[in-house]
Structures are given as structure tokens and as C-alpha cells.
Design a protein around this ligand. Sequence first.
Ligand SMILES: Cc1cc2nc3c(=O)[nH]c(=O)nc-3n(C[C@H](O)[C@H](O)[C@H](O)COP(=O)(O)OP(=O)(O)OC[C@H]3O[C@@H](n4cnc5c(N)ncnc54)[C@H](O)[C@@H]3O)c2cc1C
Length: 281
Amino acid sequence: MSNAPIPITITTPVTVVPASPAFPASAKVTAEPVVWLHRWNPALMSFRLRRDPSYVFIPGQFARIGLVKEDGETIWRAYSIVSAPHEPFLEFFLLVVPSGEFSCRVGRFNIGDTVLVEQMPQGFLTADRFKQPGREQDLWLIATGTGLAPYISMLRDEAVWKRFENIVLVLSVRERHDLGYTEELEQLAADHTREGMAKFHFVKTLTRDRLHGALHGRINSLVESGALEAAAGVNLSDARSRFMLCGNPEMVETMRKLLKSRGFRMNRKLEPGHIIVENYW
Ligand SMILES: Cc1cc2nc3c(=O)[nH]c(=O)nc-3n(C[C@H](O)[C@H](O)[C@H](O)COP(=O)(O)OP(=O)(O)OC[C@H]3O[C@@H](n4cnc5c(N)ncnc54)[C@H](O)[C@@H]3O)c2cc1C
């Protein structure tokens, strides 16, 4: 897919007012400008905000960002951070949900618009939760749609490449135009071919469309048929496989149950296991 931005006609400029009685200067919130926008298709976009130097996060975490509406009320939503900790901006990957109160406003963003950022990143979808003595593990990063976002952050950071022997990224979207970041992912894989770096396997699957080089069907069906392991060239194993599931709660739940039936367990603080999940709604 080309990275060339798709021209969009912006008909209704969004008004975002950073100063609000709801957010006095003492609140742990900063107002950041939009510094970059990219539209993958009319409903799928990435954007970057200036990052306050004090904003520190772990790849895989999410930020809560806010917009002040025209009536003065502020609305907040969670978005996984796409950028890596060493990058000077906060990047996000967003689907404009039809009639979505927040995302429709983001869909009308212009460079220079202001967004509120709560100064406390959150979330536990982080690779450091899998404790391991050596590198003899395979990390399966499984996503639907924009659930890809936290994995881009992890992959832009060198640490995860050194921690696992294989990294398998599995991305399910409906149609080919719903794919984002594929060129970057291929480049990241090419940049990490050195000794001591994880071997990267990228499996795309489309549920409505067919595309050369991509599988067809839902992730759970591909696990059941063995097609996913075959496409990745990596086998599922109790000793080696560690899973992250992110995005559509239906996929997360179906996969969680399927993996459980294969003997994999949820990873808990006091009880190390195989699976960590993040639901987007
Ligand atoms: C921890 C966490 C991280 C998240 N990270 C992202 C992210 O990186 N990118 C992103 O686009 N969204 C993400 N979301 C969802 C996001 O917070 C909003 O819910 C979403 O943008 C819709 O908000 P809205 O006000 O426009 O729509 P609402 O009016 O609040 O509508 C919500 C409905 O939209 C649908 N929906 C919500 N999110 C998505 C989605 N990503 N893809 C498809 N359908 C969706 C669901 O049917 C949901 O019931 C995340 C949510 C959580 C809890």
C-alpha cells in the first residue's frame, strides 16, 4: 500500500479550545498541537501530537486524550500510542467510527489544532510482563484493525527485538484498504536482521477481501485450521508462545477461549502465563 496521503476535503473545521474551566492549570493535562496527519483511507488515519518531554511511557501503553467541545464540555478517549519512547511526538492510529463523538472530530483535524493529553500513560499490554530467563520465546502480536497501534510502538523500540527469538505479527482487517503501516513493518523487519534480533513474521488476513500474500478469514479459524502456524512458519507451544491480543473484543474473547482450550493461560501478576489482552470497547 502506498504511503501517499489521500486528499480529503475538510468541510467542517473542528474547534478545539484548550483552556477550559474543567481543566485548570493545576490539572495533570497538557494541551498539545497536532503536528502531523496521515490518511490511509477516508476513515483511517494517523496523527502526531507534540510530546511534552515529561511524558514517559512503555511501548504498548495507551494515552487518554481529550477534546473540548463547542459547548465547553470535554470528552476523553483512550488511544494506544504508536510512537516509540525515543520519538519526540505522540503518534496515534485511529478509525473514524461513523457518528463517533470523539473520532469524527479527530477525522476533521487540521495541523495546529489542540488536543488535551492526560499526563499519565496507562495499560499493561507491555512485553515486560512476560518474565523469561532467556530469549527462547516467541511473541505473537495479534490484532484487529487499529489494534495494531501498540505493536508498532513495541517494534519501533529496539528492546523487544532483543527479548524474543521470533515475533509473529498477525493483523486482521476487513479489506485491503484497511491496512496501515505495512511498508514501515517491512522496513522494520529488514532493519532487524542482525544476530541477536528476533526473526519477524508478518501475517495479514482479510475477512472480506482477497489479496495476494495475505490469508483470508478470521484469526481463530486460521488457528483452528493450522493455516496461521503454517503461514508464520512458527508453531504454537506451551513453552515458547506468548500472546498479546488487541482490538475488537469479540476477537479477543474468541481467541482467549481458543488458546485456553489449547492449554494457554492468562498472564497474571502473581501467576505468569501466556496471554495478555486489551479490548478497545
Ligand atoms: C485501551 C484502549 C485503547 C484504544 N486505542 C485505540 C486506538 O489506538 N485506535 C482507535 O481507533 N481506537 C482506540 N480505542 C477506542 C477509542 O477509545 C474510542 O472508543 C473510539 O475512537 C470511538 O470513540 P468515539 O467517541 O468516536 O465513538 P463512540 O461514540 O464512543 O462509539 C464507540 C463504538 O465505536 C466502535 N469502535 C470503537 N473503537 C473502535 C475501533 N478502534 N475500531 C472499530 N470500531 C471501534 C465500537 O462499536 C464502540 O462501541 C481504544 C480504546 C481503549 C479502551
